[in-house]
Ligand binder design. Sequence first.
Ligand code: ZN
Length: 293
Amino acid sequence: MLAAIEAGGTKFVLAVGPSPDTITTRHTIPTRDPATTLAEAAAWFASQGPVTALGIGSFGPVELDPASPQWGFVTTTPKPGWAGTDVARHLARELGDVPVGFDTDVNAAALAEHRARAKNGGGEAGGSLAYLTIGTGIGGGLVLDGKPVHGIAHPEIGHIYPRRHPNDCDFAGVCPHHGDCLEGLAAGPAVMARWGVSLSELPADHPGQAIIADYIAQACHVLFASVAVEEVVIGGGVAQTPGLVDKVAARARALDAGYLPGGARHRIIAPRLGTNSGITGAMLLAERAAAEA
Ligand code: ZN
């Protein structure tokens, strides 16, 4: 039995099952302080019986350098109480010293979407894919040649600076670090700060829809132009706004203006796994950890 956690800033999704395709039981708990949340997660897993490995896709920033004593920690997050929290090794110990796989929530989701595409015959086992989540924040995971990209740390595509939309030059942005980075301009709180409602509550022809689609399209263009991913998968709460993914795809084509090599083959799509990309990816991390142990 594999155990998996999609660890988010507002909730933890917990799951167990024999394989990434077969989640037998899942349970959601609110993200409170680290001690309470991790104890609650460990207690739920204990109630499900013994597990052979644990996979965690976590909110961040996180430490992914296997040589670091802080590997598996949430590091500099502004979320109160969570900075410097040992998540991976602590939970692995609680579950009986099981092997543990750990990555960002969005790298986990990217892995799951990449695998779903290969299983559906829509691409080879290698190949590339980016997963963007547009919700309370904006994050991006990247799989190249079938492997999640880490670099010196994990990608933070949510914090690139997009070019301002001409009808959106007065809004300062809400990112506590950068003001008007992508997250500061296009995540849920930025929509709320400008228009007082969520994007899905704005009328389909409201100018805000085109403004947000433009910023997300710019991020897709960056991913196509810099690492030439075949596909950008767009998930998260804001991305569930009806029509948004199509607007983003159309805007990205316009921004590219027919230039990029293979431009016609680049795709922007909604998640194949719906809202299950993250937890399925965490199950994949557990499966890999078990195989490597
Ligand atoms: Zn930022």
